[in-house]
Design a protein around this ligand. Sequence first.
Ligand code: F42
Length: 142
Amino acid sequence: MAEYLPNPEGWVRDQVELYEGSGGKEGVGLRDTGLPCIIVTHKGSKTGGVRKVPLMRVKDGDSYVLVASKGGAEKNPVWVYNLRANPDVEIRDETTVKKMMVREVFDDAGRARLWELAVAAFPNYAEYQDRTDRKIPLFVAE
Ligand code: F42
């Protein structure tokens, strides 16, 4: 079993610990918005350690859309490179945990459809995209 390497960002780490520690019964909502989040457990591309990131829950049927917005930061979140290197993930959605595979979506039509779902689930994503020059990476977990 690889070692769990907690997220260095305090509020994110606290959410992961509450969410996972309660078996998905607590800590599901994003701070003041209360909008639902999922936890994506994956492997660090350099350390090989277990990484856990909370993301907004964006569903496309039984699949999840993972939006690498990082609040509109200039650089991609590090988990993007982890997922590109190793697409095997485990997704916790409240009390349900599933092993899934991710793939990045590059084509314009595919991205446009998923982006619409993302903004419907979490309207701030639109503002985050306006804030940055990078094209926010999108992954589908299925
Ligand atoms: N971030 C999003 O991008 N999209 C969302 O929808 C989103 C929602 C959300 C909801 C709740 C919440 O609590 C947080 C939310 N976040 C969302 C923030 C998200 O959870 C991440 O914290 C954020 O995207 C930043 O991701 P990051 O991978 O850049 O994380 C940083 C803080 C981090 O953990 N960095 C580590 C560090 O030590 O600095 C590195 C982690 C890592 O993966 N290291 C790799 C390894 O091998 O272990 C190697 C790294 C390398 O150098 O290549």
